[in-house]
Design a protein around this ligand. Structure first.
Ligand code: SAM
Ligand code: SF4
Length: 351
């Protein structure tokens, strides 16, 4: 298909119809800066969201079960070298009880998230997954980082449905600089394995990483399209005092919203959350995201004492938890005419 560049309104019209966007055109949409065109971008993404995934907002209850991490990502407060972090691990029963609470509150999915913590061995994770499956009707999403293929296969066999592994940035040099000892190539290999194992796969990136350009963000969109992500999480980078990136600037909420809208236009029927990080940076933008393409909300069910210590970025531990957050959002979604989704809310299977 030939992709041609055009004025913003023509380009938006073509994007809304599902036309193929070139790198230059994606960049043009991400760079929109007059309020009227930005509003048109949001409205186009909102219409595509309504047509492709409907009005429902799906809830994914998240349990942050361990903040131990053997990795040393330069942006993250859980990094191995942060000696100020007070570490915790939940035991299996605690995780199971929280999963039941998530189902009781009307969420169809539990997200199990942690640092890269091999204390939770393949066997232990499989036991947690199969016990949740035995005791609830929840879909299970894992977000526990890079593991060998055989671990991913065992988790899938035990009943895991989805896997979130953000690619973080599509710029291989920036990735290598920010994630010591890791490569973008290996991360992409993990994403390909997860696809091969028939997980619904989540990708995503941070916006505003030091050294990241608008071209890098256009490449993030292209990589997400190329690998066929089913879920896409986009959040601002927020600097943490106990990391080498302290003192850097945080990402821009407007750019996060434009990324989200462009990704909706490009990926059509995917599941896209309005992220916690966006809410921490700017509460209004977290709501705005639901008018710019988002259809998923992820309330935190981690108990307060642990949540305080799951400090990926500052302010993360202070977000309103479970019931409080769900009530706030229920009111907001009600006013928008958007019902809470029932059931697991996976990506609609294509014929
Ligand atoms: N350890 C797993 C991993 O890295 O895939 C899952 C947990 S990790 C804390 C979840 C996500 O947090 C990362 O993929 C990253 O995008 C995001 N994150 C880490 N540090 C951040 C920061 N300073 N600001 C915003 N997001 C951050
Ligand atoms: Fe660990 Fe994930 Fe944080 Fe990297 S982003 S340090 S892997 S918790």
């Amino acid at each position: 298909m030939t992709c041609t560049s055009s004025a913003p309104d023509d380009l938006l019209f073509r994007a809304e119809q599902g036309g193929c966007l070139s790198r230059e055109e994606i960049l043009e949409l991400l760079s929109l800066n007059d309020a009227e065109h930005v509003e048109h971008l949001y409205r186009s993404a909102d219409r595509v969201r309504a047509a492709c995934v409907g009005e429902e907002v799906f809830l994914r209850g998240i349990i942050e079960f361990s903040n131990h991490c053997m990795n040393n990502c330069r942006y993250c407060g859980l990094r191995r070298d942060n000696r100020q972090a007070v570490r915790y691990r939940m035991d299996d029963d605690e995780i199971l009880d929280l999963a039941e609470a998530i189902e009781d509150r009307g969420c169809g999915t539990v997200v199990l998230q942690s640092g890269e913590d091999l204390h939770y061995t393949r066997e232990r994770m499989c036991a947690i997954i199969s016990n949740i499956k035995a005791r609830t009707g929840l879909a299970i999403t894992l977000s526990i980082g890079q593991r060998p293929f055989d671990d991913y296969r065992a988790f899938r066999d035990a009943g895991a449905d989805r896997y979130l592994l953000r690619h973080e940035t599509a710029n291989p040099e920036l990735f290598a600089e920010l994630c010591p000892g890791r490569s973008l190539e290996d991360r992409i290999q993990c994403l390909r394995w997860l696809k091969e194992l028939d997980y619904e796969v989540g990708m995503g990136c941070m916006v505003g990483l030091p050294g990241q350009t608008a071209e890098d963000l256009a490449d993030d969109v292209l990589l997400i399209r190329e690998l066929g992500a089913d879920m896409i999480g986009i959040g601002p980078f927020i600097p943490h005092e106990e990391t080498p990136l302290k003192g850097s600037k945080a990402g821009d909420a407007g750019m996060v919203l434009r990324m989200l809208a462009v990704i909706r236009l490009v990926t059509r029927d995917t599941n896209i959350p309005s992220t916690t990080a966006l809410g921490v940076l700017d509460g209004d933008s977290r709501m705005k995201a639901f008018k710019a393409g988002a259809n998923v909300f992820m309330p935190v069910f981690t108990p307060q004492d642990c949540a305080k210590r799951y400090e990926i970025y500052p302010g993360k531990g202070d977000v309103k938890k479970a019931d409080g957050a769900i009530n706030d959002f229920r009111e907001f979604f009600g006013a928008m005419g958007r019902p809470m989704g029932k059931g697991p809310g996976g990506r609609r299977k294509r014929p």
